[in-house]
Design a protein around this ligand. Sequence first.
Ligand SMILES: *[C@@H]1O[C@H](CO)[C@@H](O)[C@H](O)[C@H]1NC(C)=O
Length: 286
Amino acid sequence: MKGVPWSVSISAGIRIVLLGQTGVGKSACGNTILGQKVFRSASRMNAVTTEYSEKHATISGRSVSVVDTPGFFDTEMRPGKLMTEIGKSVYLSSPGPHAFIIVFPVNMRITEQEQQIPQQIEMMFGEEVLKYSIIVFTRGDLLEEEPIETLIEKNCTLRHLVQQCGGRFHIFYNKDENNREQVNDLLQKIDSMIEQNGGEHYSNQMFEDAQRYRREEEERKLREEEEHSENTEFTKFFTKYGHHLRMSAFAVGRYELLGDVISACVVGVCHGHVTQHAQTSLCVML
Ligand SMILES: *[C@@H]1O[C@H](CO)[C@@H](O)[C@H](O)[C@H]1NC(C)=O
């Protein structure tokens, strides 16, 4: 440790949250950091019962805690639920993680979906979050000749990904599990990130602010949609029931039509999507 003023609090402990898609090796990454097989890999875990857990170990005299999270774009879970589950993991890292590690295997195909991961993380945790994030490329063994630095330099997708996290990245050679140097290097990179953040960690308060903002945005959008749909409700109602009404009238005459209109009204009111306007018009029609 250098003689920096906050080194005391850092040496008291480092909290890390792992983020990434299912199957990218988040658990393996956590195990590499902690130097123990404490996380089970997602492939051996029941994907439906989400297990996120906090594990810790002492590394070079410092306590390091790591929280695993459910994978992004998990097909088994609704996006809303997934967000909530990932969000909950922050609380396991209370009072908030020093570092979010975004895991990418070096051989992963990076499509548009993967490119959106940093934005998704921002949406979930707020715009501050990428200041506390570092990308860790795993399965470095697969890069035979080229160093990762060259790869990033040459490939604009990778470059953009890394730039979004302030240019911070690291590479793990997972086969060489006993290679502690790669872990110490990562912890050093995390230390300089903490230093850049003035010794601060990402806080639960930031998370709650981000959540509140997201809720308010969703409510605002919903309100806008409702206001918009008020005007089109009447049209929609007739698109839906008009044909039915005409057919009934043709087939069985006015008596049945009356019943249909009343039941359509009732259905509409029950579903809460018939405007006053539509109801009045129907009554006039009768
Ligand atoms: C950049 O790297 C990603 C991830 O390895 C890969 O999916 C993509 O095809 C590469 N793009 C180019 C232009 O080489």
